[in-house]
Design a protein around this ligand. Structure first.
Ligand code: FAD
Length: 450
């Protein structure tokens, strides 16, 4: 019988955990034993499921249960609070494993190159999301001082951000939203949130479920503008797509609604390209250029308008970060790869694989990371001839290395402790959980030191 296959996975988001699960099952089918070590920079697993998906989406957060079962299956060891590139390096992994799967996702905002983007009051959506989801590495305070706010983007993240900004905080209370976030939202004077899309209402990247949810917000009017509709010459062919048809119906229903009673308003603007963020010392307005459809896409009309706002949130996509000693495509923000096999230019990098958002860019839902992982794992298992040749197996090698380097790593038992602690904090208040936000406290609870 061949020696166990040893694989490191970097990143314990859905892509990394699904890869571990599929690897375990696929190897078992061929009778091969596999040992998987999962290295995660945060003291808690689940990546953007915990730190991206909005707190008022408990059904999606529920995916965590399935991911947790993989972690508890006994084949995977979790090393939390361990950063690849600092606490553990590519050289270390090459010495200890047959190969590595990078699943480090994306955490930053993609850049938006317009004048005024650096003015105080202009924020990246990713930073705001990290704040409201209690990410340990962002400041605890968020300046919610604006009455009128612009959100740039027409994808689900723009909707999440707009919804979190306009929703009355009492309606978030049953969820796991952190206490400091509730306090911040309660102090917000917001009355109007404007969402801007460059293209028309039938070109949005929203999913119908997320869009429909906006119309159900208590004490919030949906405001749409008639001149944004009926502009597209391709309207009928676009509506052949079922998802677009549903979106179009939802928007049409809102256009018929009586408005004027609610204390807050959510405006959807289409055919509006952000041209500049305007202000002397801080954001005072968003200037947009009206666009129109052309045969090949879209063009500016030269008609400009300034919408007074005191804050702008840019939800124009996420972007991944490079990893030490690993090739990176600066333009696309991914690890260059062919179907999961890492490439350096035209040169394949033996033993190195990628999956999830770092493999194909920051688009797609959690479910897509499963098919990603399947492809990557299939190639890894087929590449036995080019795997790395590690030192003989020593179960204590990684813990010893981390201890020598003074890394306070957390494991699966520690995560379960923290999970139970958070659920316990929420229980007396009838809440799903109260997230621990402070990194030191997360580590202390996980390691049984508090
Ligand atoms: C705001 C937002 C809302 C979303 N809402 C939904 C939704 O409602 N439904 C849905 O299906 N999808 C949603 N998605 C998409 C979903 O989150 C992604 O499809 C999925 O999380 C991508 O998985 P991943 O594992 O590739 O990346 P991630 O989830 O980003 O996980 C990557 C992990 O790698 C870790 N990592 C990064 N660098 C290092 C390093 N150097 N060393 C060690 N670890 C590292 C990170 O800490 C993280 O835990 C949303 C995304 C965003 C941004």
């Amino acid at each position: 019988m061949s020696a166990p296959l040893r694989i490191a996975v970097v990143g314990a988001g859905p892509a990394g955990i699904y890869a571990a699960d599929i690897l375990k099952k696929s190897a078992a089918e061929t009778g091969r034993e596999v040992l998987i070590d999962l290295f995660e920079h945060l003291p808690a697993p689940y990546g953007l499921v915990r730190y991206g998906v909005a707190p008022d989406h408990p059904r999606i957060k529920g995916i965590i249960q399935a991911l947790r079962e993989v972690l508890e299956s006994g084949v995977v060891r979790l090393f939390g609070n361990v950063r690849f590139g600092e606490d553990i390096t590519l050289d270390d992994l090459e010495r200890l494993y047959h190969g590595v799967i990078f699943a480090t996702g994306a955490t930053k905002d993609a850049p938006l190159d317009i004048p005024g983007v650096d003015l105080p009051g202009s924020y990246g959506a990713a930073d705001f999301v990290s704040w409201y989801d209690g990410h340990p590495d962002v400041p605890r305070e968020w300046p919610l001082e604006a009455k009128e706010i612009a959100v740039i983007g027409n994808g689900n993240v723009a909707l999440d951000v707009a919804r979190m900004l306009v929703k009355h905080p009492e309606d978030l209370m049953p969820t796991e939203v952190p206490a400091n976030v509730v306090a911040g939202l309660e102090a917000s004077p917001v009355t109007d949130v404007h969402v801007f899309g460059r293209r028309g209402p039938l070109h949005v990247k929203f999913t119908p479920l997320e869009l429909r949810e906006l119309g159900e917000l208590r004490d919030v009017d949906m405001i749409l503008h008639d001149d944004d509709f009926g502009v597209d010459p391709d309207e009928e062919s676009l509506k052949q797509n079922k998802q677009i048809l549903v979106i179009s119906r939802v928007l049409d229903q809102w256009r018929q609604r009586e408005v004027g009673q609610a204390s807050r308003r959510l405006h959807l603007h289409f055919w509006s390209r952000p041209d500049a963020i305007v202000g002397d010392t801080r954001v005072e307005a968003l200037r947009i250029e009206r666009t129109r459809p052309t045969e090949h896409g879209l063009e500016g009309t030269g008609e400009y308008r300034e919408i007074p706002v005191q804050a702008v949130y840019r939800a124009v996509g996420y972007f991944s970060s490079p990893l030490a000693d690993v090739p990176f495509d600066e333009r696309r923000g991914v690890i260059p790869n062919i179907a999961g096999r890492v490439q350096d230019g035209s040169r394949p990098m033996p033993g190195m694989y990628a999956t999830g958002w770092i493999k194909r860019g920051p688009v797609g839902l959690i479910g897509h990371t499963k098919s990603d992982a399947k492809e990557t794992v299939e190639h890894l298992l087929g590449d036995e001839h080019s795997w790395w040749t590690p030192a003989p197996y020593d179960v204590d090698a990684v813990p010893r290395l981390l201890e020598e380097r003074g890394v306070a790593w957390t494991d699966i038992a520690g995560w379960i402790r923290l999970d139970e602690h958070e659920i316990g904090l929420g229980a007396p208040h009838g809440r799903a959980r109260v997230k621990v936000v402070d990194r030191g406290e997360m580590i202390g609870v996980s390691r049984g030191e508090r």
